[in-house]
Design a protein around this ligand. Sequence first.
Ligand SMILES: [Zn+2]
Ligand SMILES: [Zn+2]
Length: 386
Amino acid sequence: MPGNVFITGAYKRQLEIINELEYVVNYSNELVKPKFLSANPPELLEEKHGSLLYKLMNGLRLRLHTGINDFNKNLFRTAASDEFIQAFDEKFPEADFSRINGNDDKPLFESIGLNFIPCCLRESPSIIEKAIQQELPALIETGDIKSIIHSHSDWSDGSNTLEVMAQAAIEKGFEYLVISDHSKSAFYASGLSEERIKEQHRYIDELNNKLAPFKIFKSIESDILNDGSLDYSNAILSTFDLVIASVHSNLKMQEEKAMMRLINAIENPYTTILGHMTGRLLLSRKGYPVDHKKIIDACAANNVVIELNAHPSRLDIDWRYIDYALEKNVLISIDPDAHSIEGFDDIHYGVLAAQKAMVTKANNLSSFSLQEFESFLAKKKSSRKV
Ligand SMILES: [Zn+2]
Ligand SMILES: [Zn+2]
């Protein structure tokens, strides 16, 4: 049924959790239902005028928005938040939905004289005002990512060797790779002792000689301890090109404790990037409570980058708070937290979330060219007061 079936809903809005897979179909309930009759038919959970909800054999919920007369309207209305649709209706009561042509609803926007708003931005009504003021930037794309920042090799709990990771990054067209294995407190993940760090740095120097102009940067994902300090001395921390600071232990804590640990880590002069801010795992762990604004303010004051961890179960910092970070000129870094070369591809999920927050390549650290990244690090180093 091509041309008559289009994906919509949470998937099209690029939301981080998709509870139902939704499609708009240009058929009535009566025409759709027989097509699902098979030896093992999916369970019909709900039938309403204009919608069918099935539970597929694999447990996935499939919602079909049906109806021939409402097809175009359904395409538009099911791919945005309710608040957006309400504001849109109030602002443009004359909008002619017949202009929509399947996945292409640009003609609808043209007909009402409004700058195009992509589906991923159809959340808050305030986006309509931004579009009227022509303030929508060019959103970041996966192709804008120049580097793998935040990755683990088999020196800690990653599954590939450093060299294999570097070669894979080169093959995928990246300009540099930041290796940030686990730190010594992460004993469960074979975190690196001071001795192992020295060895790894010698090895990275060797590889860099061999792989130039590609470059591997020396980093560590340093554990934020209970009191907010990092788990190496300043003498060791100063040997890294950059430090990612993350919480991995005692995640069950109140906001006050979480804030103390995070703010202390952000104020550490060696911290370059704050890793996965809340420790959440989508669908399984909520993450500790934080005051996002205060953390962002501290990152702004200390020139610390906030990671958008691109692993699909993290996507942490949540995209809903990124606009405040951008307002405060805090850089975001879309990082895969890759534990294997296959993990590099998770960048795509981070980009989908970043697009919802109107991140551009200029405010994403992993979009910096090698040269831009080196001057960013040099600047950070020279501003360090220890
Ligand atoms: Zn981590
Ligand atoms: Zn990590």
